[in-house]
Design a protein around this ligand. Structure first.
Ligand code: NAI
Ligand SMILES: O=C(O)C1=N[C@H](C(=O)O)C[C@H](O)C1
Length: 242
């Protein structure tokens, strides 16, 4: 496949390395600040020159990059977090243009299993009662958005099945209805997410810890291999049949 990479930072470079191993060609790289690369723009690419675009940039640029890809007729796999206030607009545009958009707050297969077990656990823990629940995420100090996209997906999964939690708060809960999300930024931590249930008698935890970015890169490439030819908005549940 010919892949257009949008964003050539930590994730873009991890994807490029794995794409080569999987026999893909990098059709081009669009990065706002990568001066060593040949300058390129999304509008330079069409389905004739790229089969799919993979976007990992910044919360402030993801929506514009996604819409540019859709307008060029390029299927787009987006991994940037912190832009979901625009997600409905992206869905509408995808439908209008009969385009292809894939989004995941976390492309790691392990995290998507974690999401699945998180929802199951929330339903059971609510049923048995007596537990409070909180989410903790730990990332490297360069991370811009807080809470992480993964923590927000985790919180949404809890709230769907643990109805006494009706909203999340980034910090300690101020009321019993709030789900606390604690964010830590330290060193070069790749990404750790923990859900903790505590009662008077015990504590139960569900944890995912990424050891490298390779798991995210592999998931993004699996999505890029799967997306072309499908019309609509998709995520890891469809890809992994979870
Ligand atoms: N969904 C997932 O599985 C994962 C998502 N992420 C998310 O992906 C995004 C990128 O993460 P990293 O690669 O670690 O960041 P990074 O800061 O290492 O790289 C981002 C790159 O995007 C470039 N960039 C910024 N604005 C741009 C624009 N308007 N057009 C083109 N390029 C632009 C920057 O110059 C930089 O090279 C973040 O939002 C992060 O939260 C990161 C890891 C996994
Ligand atoms: O910025 C990162 O690094 C990561 N971002 C994603 C998120 O916000 O959840 C996924 C992963 O945790 C790494």
């Amino acid at each position: 496949m010919k892949i257009l990479l949008i964003g050539y930072g930590k994730m873009g470079q991890a994807i490029a390395a794995l794409a080569a191993e999987r026999g893909h060609e990098i059709a081009g790289i669009v990065d706002r600040s990568a001066s060593q690369l040949a300058p390129a723009d999304i509008t330079d690419f069409t389905p004739a020159t790229a089969d799919v675009a993979i976007e990992f940039t910044h919360p402030d640029s993801a929506f514009a990059n996604v819409t540019a890809c859709l307008r060029q007729g390029l299927p787009v796999v987006c991994g940037s977090t912190g832009w979901l206030h625009h997600f409905e607009e992206a869905q509408t545009l995808t439908q209008e243009l009969q385009g292809s958009l894939f989004y995941a707050s976390n492309y790691s297969v392990g995290v998507n299993l974690f999401f699945h077990f998180n929802e199951y656990l929330a339903a059971k823990m609510h049923l048995f009662g007596g537990y409070d629940v909180a989410v903790r995420e730990i990332h490297h100090t360069q991370k811009i958005d807080q809470p992480s996209g993964t923590a927000l997906t985790t919180a949404e999964g809890i709230m769907r099945h643990f109805p006494t939690k009706t909203r999340w708060r980034n910090g300690p809960a101020e009321t019993a209805a709030e789900l606390a999300i604690f964010s830590e930024r330290t060193g070069d931590m790749v990404g750790t997410h923990v859900v903790t249930y505590s009662s008077a008698v015990d504590t139960l935890e569900l944890k995912h810890e990424a050891h490298s970015r390779e798991g995210f890169a592999l998931g993004a490439l699996l999505a890029a291999e799967w997306l072309p030819g499908r019309v609509g908005v998709f995520g890891m549940k469809e890809l992994l049949d979870l």
